[in-house]
Design a protein around this ligand. Sequence first.
Ligand code: PGA
Length: 244
Amino acid sequence: MIKIYEAKDYQEMSRKAANILSAQIILKPDCVLGLATGSTPIGTYDQLVEWYEKGDLDFSKVKSVNLDEYKGLEKTNDQSYYYFMHKHLFDRVNIDPANTNVPDGMETDTEKECQRYEELIDSLGGVDIQLLGIGRNGHIGFNEPDSAFAQKTHCVNLAESTIDANKRFFASADEVPRQAYSMGIGTIMRAKKILLLASGEDKADAVAKAFFGPVTPEVPASILQFHSDVVVIGDTLALSKMPR
Ligand code: PGA
């Protein structure tokens, strides 16, 4: 079932999302959080850090698995998702770094890394709540529009539209890695709960197609219509093309 909540702006979206994540942490202090990168969740992480600093949240038993990572970027590269997670969340709260997990972008043996990541998620007992952004083309994680849904963690070739969207973080489009490791659609669908965030007008088409259009691998997020527990929080602009 999908519940869609409208927030008036990015800040309100972030606060609502942080409320849901903190409720999860309070209900189950050793929960497994599925985490995401990108500009969308930054405000959510900032809010969680604020509540942690006030003494309202304790990450000491929390475990995390991230959705994806560029292939070929060192952890120390400031565009790697490992770096992003430490900067925006892990280094600012009392989570044990040993309990945080991001695919290893420097592992060149694709099969080995994908298998390791799937087994790791299973060994943690699965993801309690998976935070997601959505791409302008409807991707989740780095699951790009395709002719089939990817089952498991895999290595993907990034779509041109994704390279274009992400080049703002690099010196030039040429420097954006062409490949990434990503949880598969099947991996994401096994999370017990999904929390998808969308902010801004450039996500409005993707949100409308994902939740009101046909379920198709051409719009990877549309598969979430078949998940039993999805919360979407969008700001007014991101929800502006939904049928009313
Ligand atoms: P964004 O990316 O949060 O930077 O918009 C979301 C995504 O592409 O999944």
